[in-house]
Design a protein around this ligand. Structure first.
Ligand code: NAP
Length: 296
């Protein structure tokens, strides 16, 4: 990241934390962070805002709970595009029965599965923000029947949208594939609990590209083992890397990914961070801050 920042930036002095003098640490108004040590941040007493390189900032909010500075999360069209590509790829993986064909090959079974049209497949996207919206549009472009759920009411052409608790029940009940793109907040923690997972039909599959704690993985595994859900593609875990002894590794109806659905692109992220810094210093314009009460 530092090299990208140096390449993109000619105006501002960007210094790695370990190279800052005591005075610079005290005087810094803006910091660019990715999993910073809370003790380092605590020393920077005059921070006005910090730019996170990640889209999800729950860890930063948790590590520095009463921060006096504001937080800017990474909102990058490149990131949204990468996530939409991953959402489409893993939706097609499920739609085209790839997990079943992989297992059939292992057991030398020749069996064709009937493939319904994308328009007959109901995809429910939970979270309609930067990543959710771009994923919804990509799925639509590829012919899927898409619905979406968010906190506030939204209008997206050609997409049935839901909000609120009743909306969540409705969207889950009708879904063939549920895709989670919500931020982890006090409200979304364990949102897909036993009760919500029980609303899903037995042939439903789930993709989690957001955060592990949003879904009760223990119960999810139990349901998959009992054939009460068809498959889960999981990219995020409470502890990463996923422990060797996790039962999630062993189930053929669970696909484990090592947190790769949408890595921050350092080139585009550097440009965004520098644009925020330049607008702040030259035009006195603040970037959009995270709502600390909402947690995203
Ligand atoms: P975002 O722009 O803040 O969008 C969040 C969406 O979730 C919004 O539509 C919001 O609704 C909705 N939401 C929040 N709380 C809700 C609640 N309690 N009930 C219903 N809807 C709620 O976030 P984003 O940039 O799309 O990122 C989403 C998450 O993706 C991040 O927080 C991060 O955890 C995850 N992520 C994962 C990866 C990966 O590689 N696996 C990479 C990047 C990000 P409103 O629109 O009504 O506010």
């Amino acid at each position: 990241m530092a090299s990208y920042l140096e390449h993109e930036n000619s105006e501002y002095k960007i210094v790695l934390f370990e190279n800052l003098s005591h005075t610079q640490i005290l005087n810094a108004k803006v910091a660019i962070v990715a999993n910073p040590k809370p003790a380092d941040i605590a020393q920077m007493k005059n921070l006005v805002w910090v730019q996170s390189l990640w889209a999800g900032v729950e860890k930063l909010l948790q590590d520095v709970p009463d921060a006096s500075f504001d937080i800017v999360r990474m909102v990058d069209p490149q990131l949204a595009d990468t996530m939409a590509g991953s959402v489409l790829a893993w939706t097609l993986y499920l739609h085209k029965n790839m997990p079943a064909y992989k297992q059939q090959q292992i057991h030398k079974i020749w069996k064709q599965h009937i493939e319904i049209l994308p328009e007959e497949k109901n995809i429910a996207v939970l979270g309609l923000g930067n990543l959710g919206l771009s994923s919804v549009l990509k799925l639509k472009e590829n012919g899927f029947n898409v619905s979406g759920w968010g906190r506030s009411k939204k209008e997206i052409q050609g997409v049935t949208t839901y909000h609120g608790d009743a909306g969540l029940v409705q969207i889950l009940k009708g879904a063939d594939i549920v895709i989670c793109l919500l931020p982890l907040t006090p409200e979304t923690n364990n949102l897909l609990d036993k009760q919500k997972l029980d609303l899903l039909a037995p042939d439903t599959a789930l993709i989690n590209f957001a955060r592990a704690k949003i879904i009760n993985y223990k119960y999810l595994l139990e349901k998959i083992e009992n054939s009460e859900l068809s498959h889960a593609v999981l990219d995020v875990f409470e502890s990463e890397p996923l422990e060797n002894n996790s039962a999630l590794w062993d189930d053929p109806n669970i696909t484990i990914l090592p947190h790769i659905s949408a890595p921050t692109n350092m080139k585009s992220a550097s440009k965004i961070a520098l644009k925020h810094i330049s607008e702040y210093y030259q035009k006195d314009v603040n970037p959009t801050f995270v709502d600390k009460d909402k947690g995203y």
